[in-house]
Write a protein that binds this ligand. Structure first.
Ligand SMILES: Nc1ncnc2c1ncn2[C@@H]1O[C@H](COP(=O)(O)OP(=O)(O)OP(=O)(O)O)[C@@H](O)[C@H]1O
Ligand SMILES: [Mg+2]
Length: 251
Protein backbone atom coordinates (compact mmCIF):
# COMPACT_ATOMS: atom_id res chain seq x y z
CA UNK A 1 0.00 0.00 0.00
CA UNK A 2 1.13 3.52 -0.73
CA UNK A 3 1.27 5.82 2.26
CA UNK A 4 1.74 9.47 1.41
CA UNK A 5 2.54 11.79 4.29
CA UNK A 6 2.80 15.55 4.39
CA UNK A 7 3.80 17.46 7.50
CA UNK A 8 3.97 21.18 8.12
CA UNK A 9 6.48 22.63 10.57
CA UNK A 10 7.69 26.08 11.57
CA UNK A 11 9.96 27.79 14.03
CA UNK A 12 7.74 30.83 14.37
CA UNK A 13 4.01 30.67 15.19
CA UNK A 14 1.19 31.91 13.00
CA UNK A 15 2.89 31.37 9.66
CA UNK A 16 0.06 29.42 8.03
CA UNK A 17 0.81 25.76 8.87
CA UNK A 18 -2.75 24.91 9.83
CA UNK A 19 -4.12 26.76 6.82
CA UNK A 20 -1.74 24.93 4.47
CA UNK A 21 -2.29 21.53 6.11
CA UNK A 22 -6.06 21.91 5.85
CA UNK A 23 -5.94 23.18 2.25
CA UNK A 24 -3.58 20.35 1.30
CA UNK A 25 -5.78 17.65 2.89
CA UNK A 26 -8.91 19.09 1.32
CA UNK A 27 -7.38 19.42 -2.14
CA UNK A 28 -5.98 15.87 -2.14
CA UNK A 29 -9.26 14.35 -0.90
CA UNK A 30 -11.20 16.23 -3.57
CA UNK A 31 -8.74 15.45 -6.35
CA UNK A 32 -8.16 11.75 -5.81
CA UNK A 33 -11.18 10.62 -3.80
CA UNK A 34 -8.77 8.33 -1.94
CA UNK A 35 -8.72 8.52 1.86
CA UNK A 36 -6.99 11.46 3.47
CA UNK A 37 -6.65 11.87 7.24
CA UNK A 38 -5.69 15.28 8.61
CA UNK A 39 -3.98 14.78 11.98
CA UNK A 40 -3.91 17.75 14.34
CA UNK A 41 -0.63 17.41 16.20
CA UNK A 42 -0.89 20.90 17.68
CA UNK A 43 -1.91 19.54 21.07
CA UNK A 44 -0.67 22.64 22.85
CA UNK A 45 -2.44 25.31 20.83
CA UNK A 46 -5.55 26.03 18.84
CA UNK A 47 -7.39 22.90 17.84
CA UNK A 48 -8.48 22.46 14.24
CA UNK A 49 -11.83 21.76 15.88
CA UNK A 50 -11.94 25.40 16.99
CA UNK A 51 -11.50 26.79 13.51
CA UNK A 52 -13.16 24.23 11.23
CA UNK A 53 -16.78 23.13 11.30
CA UNK A 54 -16.27 19.55 12.36
CA UNK A 55 -18.66 16.71 13.08
CA UNK A 56 -17.62 14.22 15.76
CA UNK A 57 -18.23 10.48 15.46
CA UNK A 58 -21.36 9.49 17.29
CA UNK A 59 -21.63 6.56 19.65
CA UNK A 60 -23.85 5.34 22.44
CA UNK A 61 -24.18 8.32 24.74
CA UNK A 62 -23.70 6.50 28.02
CA UNK A 63 -20.10 5.53 27.39
CA UNK A 64 -17.19 7.36 28.98
CA UNK A 65 -14.61 8.96 26.70
CA UNK A 66 -12.34 5.98 26.36
CA UNK A 67 -15.20 3.73 25.34
CA UNK A 68 -15.67 6.07 22.42
CA UNK A 69 -12.40 4.80 21.08
CA UNK A 70 -14.01 1.42 20.52
CA UNK A 71 -15.55 2.99 17.47
CA UNK A 72 -18.51 5.10 16.49
CA UNK A 73 -21.81 3.28 16.64
CA UNK A 74 -23.99 5.60 14.71
CA UNK A 75 -22.45 7.91 12.11
CA UNK A 76 -21.68 11.51 13.01
CA UNK A 77 -23.16 14.23 15.19
CA UNK A 78 -24.07 17.45 13.41
CA UNK A 79 -21.65 20.34 13.96
CA UNK A 80 -24.06 21.94 16.44
CA UNK A 81 -24.40 18.67 18.42
CA UNK A 82 -20.63 18.31 18.29
CA UNK A 83 -20.18 21.71 19.93
CA UNK A 84 -22.64 20.68 22.67
CA UNK A 85 -20.64 17.52 23.23
CA UNK A 86 -17.39 19.48 23.47
CA UNK A 87 -19.00 21.47 26.30
CA UNK A 88 -19.70 18.17 28.06
CA UNK A 89 -16.01 17.38 27.97
CA UNK A 90 -15.22 20.68 29.64
CA UNK A 91 -17.64 20.06 32.46
CA UNK A 92 -15.95 18.50 35.49
CA UNK A 93 -19.12 16.78 36.68
CA UNK A 94 -20.08 15.31 33.35
CA UNK A 95 -16.55 14.44 32.24
CA UNK A 96 -16.66 11.79 29.62
CA UNK A 97 -20.35 11.21 29.24
CA UNK A 98 -21.20 12.08 25.66
CA UNK A 99 -17.95 14.00 25.12
CA UNK A 100 -16.24 13.53 21.75
CA UNK A 101 -12.89 11.71 21.53
CA UNK A 102 -9.70 13.52 20.54
CA UNK A 103 -6.16 12.62 19.53
CA UNK A 104 -5.24 13.38 23.17
CA UNK A 105 -7.17 10.31 24.34
CA UNK A 106 -5.34 8.10 21.92
CA UNK A 107 -1.87 9.41 22.69
CA UNK A 108 -2.32 9.12 26.44
CA UNK A 109 -4.34 5.93 26.32
CA UNK A 110 -1.72 3.53 27.65
CA UNK A 111 -1.08 5.56 30.80
CA UNK A 112 -0.11 3.16 33.62
CA UNK A 113 -3.48 3.17 35.31
CA UNK A 114 -5.09 2.04 32.09
CA UNK A 115 -2.94 -0.91 31.11
CA UNK A 116 -5.73 -3.32 31.83
CA UNK A 117 -7.77 -1.89 28.98
CA UNK A 118 -7.12 -3.07 25.45
CA UNK A 119 -5.60 -0.46 23.19
CA UNK A 120 -7.82 2.08 21.54
CA UNK A 121 -9.23 1.65 18.05
CA UNK A 122 -8.44 4.86 16.17
CA UNK A 123 -11.53 4.50 13.99
CA UNK A 124 -13.42 6.13 16.84
CA UNK A 125 -11.26 9.24 16.45
CA UNK A 126 -12.16 10.03 12.86
CA UNK A 127 -14.19 13.22 12.64
CA UNK A 128 -15.42 14.72 9.39
CA UNK A 129 -15.75 18.21 7.98
CA UNK A 130 -19.23 19.63 7.59
CA UNK A 131 -20.02 19.42 3.87
CA UNK A 132 -16.44 18.24 3.29
CA UNK A 133 -15.44 15.49 0.85
CA UNK A 134 -16.29 11.95 1.96
CA UNK A 135 -12.65 10.91 1.49
CA UNK A 136 -11.50 13.37 4.17
CA UNK A 137 -11.35 12.55 7.87
CA UNK A 138 -9.85 14.66 10.63
CA UNK A 139 -8.37 13.69 13.98
CA UNK A 140 -8.51 16.89 16.03
CA UNK A 141 -6.71 17.59 19.27
CA UNK A 142 -8.44 19.18 22.23
CA UNK A 143 -7.60 22.76 23.20
CA UNK A 144 -9.64 22.55 26.42
CA UNK A 145 -7.48 23.72 29.36
CA UNK A 146 -7.71 20.40 31.20
CA UNK A 147 -6.60 18.46 28.12
CA UNK A 148 -3.73 20.82 27.33
CA UNK A 149 -2.60 20.59 30.96
CA UNK A 150 -2.58 16.79 30.79
CA UNK A 151 -0.55 16.63 27.58
CA UNK A 152 1.96 19.45 28.03
CA UNK A 153 4.19 17.57 30.48
CA UNK A 154 4.39 14.64 28.05
CA UNK A 155 5.06 16.78 25.00
CA UNK A 156 7.98 18.76 26.36
CA UNK A 157 9.67 15.87 28.10
CA UNK A 158 12.35 14.80 25.62
CA UNK A 159 12.44 11.39 27.25
CA UNK A 160 8.87 10.83 26.14
CA UNK A 161 9.54 11.48 22.47
CA UNK A 162 10.04 7.75 21.85
CA UNK A 163 6.72 7.06 23.53
CA UNK A 164 4.94 9.66 21.38
CA UNK A 165 6.53 8.34 18.21
CA UNK A 166 5.47 4.81 19.04
CA UNK A 167 1.92 5.95 19.65
CA UNK A 168 1.99 7.69 16.27
CA UNK A 169 3.39 4.59 14.61
CA UNK A 170 0.56 2.59 16.09
CA UNK A 171 -1.95 5.17 14.91
CA UNK A 172 -0.51 4.96 11.39
CA UNK A 173 -0.57 1.16 11.52
CA UNK A 174 -4.21 1.15 12.59
CA UNK A 175 -5.15 3.59 9.81
CA UNK A 176 -3.31 1.44 7.25
CA UNK A 177 -5.34 -1.56 8.44
CA UNK A 178 -8.57 0.41 8.37
CA UNK A 179 -8.00 1.53 4.78
CA UNK A 180 -6.26 -1.62 3.58
CA UNK A 181 -8.60 -2.05 0.58
CA UNK A 182 -7.68 1.36 -0.81
CA UNK A 183 -4.75 1.87 -3.21
CA UNK A 184 -3.33 4.66 -1.13
CA UNK A 185 -3.72 6.51 2.13
CA UNK A 186 -2.64 10.10 2.67
CA UNK A 187 -1.86 11.52 6.10
CA UNK A 188 -1.42 15.25 6.61
CA UNK A 189 0.16 16.36 9.88
CA UNK A 190 -0.33 19.85 11.28
CA UNK A 191 2.24 20.53 14.00
CA UNK A 192 2.72 23.21 16.67
CA UNK A 193 5.19 26.07 16.20
CA UNK A 194 8.82 25.56 17.28
CA UNK A 195 10.70 22.37 16.56
CA UNK A 196 11.18 20.68 19.99
CA UNK A 197 8.40 18.44 21.26
CA UNK A 198 5.66 17.32 18.90
CA UNK A 199 7.07 18.81 15.73
CA UNK A 200 10.34 17.02 16.38
CA UNK A 201 8.53 13.74 17.03
CA UNK A 202 6.81 14.05 13.63
CA UNK A 203 10.07 15.02 11.86
CA UNK A 204 11.79 12.05 13.43
CA UNK A 205 9.05 9.77 12.10
CA UNK A 206 9.48 11.36 8.67
CA UNK A 207 13.20 10.65 8.70
CA UNK A 208 12.83 7.09 9.99
CA UNK A 209 9.93 6.03 7.78
CA UNK A 210 10.37 8.19 4.70
CA UNK A 211 13.71 6.68 3.66
CA UNK A 212 12.44 4.16 1.12
CA UNK A 213 13.95 0.69 1.52
CA UNK A 214 15.69 1.78 4.67
CA UNK A 215 13.00 2.34 7.25
CA UNK A 216 14.29 2.43 10.76
CA UNK A 217 12.50 1.47 14.00
CA UNK A 218 12.89 3.79 16.93
CA UNK A 219 14.95 1.27 18.81
CA UNK A 220 17.51 -0.73 16.80
CA UNK A 221 16.49 -4.35 16.14
CA UNK A 222 12.96 -3.68 17.30
CA UNK A 223 10.48 -4.32 14.47
CA UNK A 224 8.23 -1.65 13.02
CA UNK A 225 4.51 -2.42 12.98
CA UNK A 226 3.87 -4.86 10.11
CA UNK A 227 1.72 -2.77 7.75
CA UNK A 228 3.89 0.28 8.25
CA UNK A 229 7.00 -1.72 7.55
CA UNK A 230 5.52 -3.00 4.30
CA UNK A 231 3.92 0.22 3.09
CA UNK A 232 5.57 2.29 0.41
CA UNK A 233 6.01 5.50 2.37
CA UNK A 234 6.67 8.86 0.77
CA UNK A 235 7.00 11.73 3.20
CA UNK A 236 7.18 15.41 2.35
CA UNK A 237 8.01 17.59 5.34
CA UNK A 238 7.51 21.31 4.73
CA UNK A 239 9.17 24.01 6.78
CA UNK A 240 6.88 27.03 6.57
CA UNK A 241 8.45 30.45 6.84
CA UNK A 242 6.83 33.79 6.13
CA UNK A 243 8.42 37.17 6.07
CA UNK A 244 7.64 39.19 9.17
CA UNK A 245 6.48 42.73 8.34
CA UNK A 246 8.98 44.05 10.88
CA UNK A 247 11.81 42.34 9.03
CA UNK A 248 11.12 44.23 5.80
CA UNK A 249 14.25 45.92 4.53
CA UNK A 250 16.54 43.89 6.75
CA UNK A 251 15.99 40.42 5.25
N1 LIG B 1 -1.13 32.93 2.80
C1 LIG B 1 -1.72 33.65 3.75
N2 LIG B 1 -1.93 34.96 3.57
C2 LIG B 1 -2.51 35.72 4.51
N3 LIG B 1 -2.93 35.25 5.70
C3 LIG B 1 -2.74 33.97 5.94
C4 LIG B 1 -2.11 33.09 5.00
N4 LIG B 1 -2.05 31.84 5.54
C5 LIG B 1 -2.59 31.95 6.75
N5 LIG B 1 -3.03 33.19 7.00
C6 LIG B 1 -3.65 33.68 8.23
O1 LIG B 1 -2.64 33.75 9.22
C7 LIG B 1 -3.17 33.36 10.48
C8 LIG B 1 -2.35 32.19 11.03
O2 LIG B 1 -2.53 31.07 10.16
P1 LIG B 1 -2.45 29.58 10.72
O3 LIG B 1 -3.32 29.41 11.91
O4 LIG B 1 -2.66 28.67 9.57
O5 LIG B 1 -0.93 29.57 11.16
P2 LIG B 1 -0.17 28.46 12.02
O6 LIG B 1 1.23 28.46 11.52
O7 LIG B 1 -0.92 27.19 11.99
O8 LIG B 1 -0.25 29.12 13.48
P3 LIG B 1 0.20 28.39 14.86
O9 LIG B 1 1.70 28.40 14.84
O10 LIG B 1 -0.38 29.27 15.91
O11 LIG B 1 -0.37 27.02 14.84
C9 LIG B 1 -4.62 33.00 10.26
O12 LIG B 1 -5.41 34.09 10.60
C10 LIG B 1 -4.68 32.71 8.78
O13 LIG B 1 -5.96 32.97 8.26
MG1 LIG C 1 -1.59 26.00 13.62
Amino acid sequence: MRLRCYSFHSVKGGVGKSTLATACALALAERDGEPVVLIDMDLTGTSLGDVLKLEAPRWNAEHPVLKALEGPSDGFSSHEETMERVRLRQDEELRGVGAPPYLNDFLLFPAPERVDIEDADPVGLLWRLQRGPEALRIIPSSALPRDVEAIVSVVYDEERTAFLQQRLEYLMEALLLLYRDEPSLTLVFDTPPSIPGLSRAVLSLALRLGAQGDKRPIVPRRALPYELDNAEVRWIACLVATLDRQDRGTV
